[in-house]
Write a protein that binds this ligand. Structure first.
Ligand code: PLP
Length: 365
């Protein structure tokens, strides 16, 4: 079996470093917001091209707290793509604002700047671009829009750890960026975790307070409504051990994507966008008979996944945010198929996957 994603392989590969990191926490004396969280925040801020990093409990919380810290709340509308994971929209609702769905670009599969401008109305307060599958959204165009209309921008970097656009780190374009360390992510822990990065010291201070009951630094008095949303000390220790390996993992993902491109050229499979700074969180192709191909690949021992169907504008919890038809999103939701991508495996699984796809397409023809 070739699984679609294989976090256990990463854990097994770096097991000694992980065991040592966990042991250090267990032999220490602080279990919440201790040395490991501090050290990880410093290291991750540097890796993400940011001044400040605030570790929180999940990627969803990272988005919600970043929006709150930017004073987005009830009465505000936040623009986001519908082609993303549900957590992006949940976070907007958690801070009391309304998610409004915008069409994606058919090539990048990320929020379309022209459609974004069209969707801006009197209540629009923020944009949450998602760097879907590790490919950059058009940040220069979106930041220009945000400046023109005085909107906050929180980049959803849950799938883009280590990615760049024109040599600049994704996550350093917006006012803040949110990361998830869910186990399957390019930098994934052994449980839930997330972080906000920002260059703004005031925002960083508000975020540190929001994640910790609304306390001011060094005090135990709630100055505002806050949460218990802290990155766990053990997860931080594990992530700190894995962070130095993020770059090599991303290189392996790029190499894998390049192999798939060559192997699937001249087929009917639609290939993902190319981008120098993409980190291929997923290698998601488009195919016409997705369910048929999925079943045939499964029978051949090849795992695949669907990200994401249906688009969020069709989820019962979010339908109020569906203002316009989203035909590109709907077409992608019907045809995207994520192939196995495993930076830990270097033994040419792409050849087996591509051969099986070619065989399936031949049989179906
Ligand atoms: C694009 C995107 N946004 C937000 C999230 C939410 O992150 P988490 O699962 O850590 O809450 C995820 C991950 O699952 C994601 O892929």
């Amino acid at each position: 079996m070739i699984p679609q994603a294989a976090p256990p392989l990463r854990i097994a590969r770096f097991r000694n470093e992980i065991d040592a990191a966990v042991a250090r926490v267990l032999s220490g004396s602080s279990y919440i917001l201790g040395e490991a969280v501090d050290a990880f925040e410093t290291a991750f801020a540097a890796a993400a091209g940011a001044k400040f990093c605030i570790g929180v409990a999940s990627g969803t919380d990272a988005l919600a707290l970043a929006l709150r810290a930017l004073e987005i709340g009830p009465g505000d509308e936040v623009l986001l793509p519908s082609m993303t994971f549900a957590g992006t929209a949940q976070a907007i609702l958690h801070c009391g604002a309304s998610p409004i769905f915008v069409e994606v670009d058919p090539v990048t599969r990320c929020i379309d700047p022209a459609a974004t401008e069209f969707a801006i109305g009197p209540r629009t307060a923020a944009i949450v671009p998602v760097h879907l599958f590790g490919h950059p959204a058009d940040m220069p165009a979106l930041m220009a829009l945000a400046a023109k209309h005085r909107l906050a921008v929180v980049e959803d970097c849950a799938q883009s750890h280590g990615a760049t656009l024109d040599g600049k780190a994704l996550g350093s374009f917006g006012h803040a960026a949110a990361y998830s360390f869910y186990p399957t992510k390019n930098l994934g822990g052994v449980g839930d975790g997330g972080a906000v990065v920002t260059a703004d010291p005031g925002l960083a201070t508000r975020l540190r307070s929001l994640r910790h009951y609304g306390f001011a630094p060094g005090e135990r008095v709630s100055g505002q409504v806050g949460f218990n949303s802290r990155l766990d000390e053990i997860q931080a220790a594990i992530l700190l051990a894995l962070l130095p390996h993020l770059g090599e993992g991303n290189l392996a993902r790029r190499a894998s994507a390049a192999r798939y491109r060559t192997l699937l050229a001249d087929t009917d499979v639609g290939l993902p966008p190319e981008g120098e700074g993409s980190v291929y969180h997923q290698f998601a192709v488009t195919v016409s008979d997705r369910e048929g191909l999925r079943h045939r690949l499964e029978a051949a021992g090849i795992g695949t996944a669907v990200h994401y169907a249906p688009g969020l504008h069709r989820h019962p919890a979010f339908t109020e945010g569906a203002r316009t038809p989203l035909p590109v999103t709907d077409a992608l939701a019907d045809s995207l198929l994520s192939l196995p991508i495993q930076p830990e495996v270097t033994t040419g699984y792409e050849e087996r996957v591509a051969a099986a796809i070619r065989e399936c397409l031949r049989c179906a023809a």
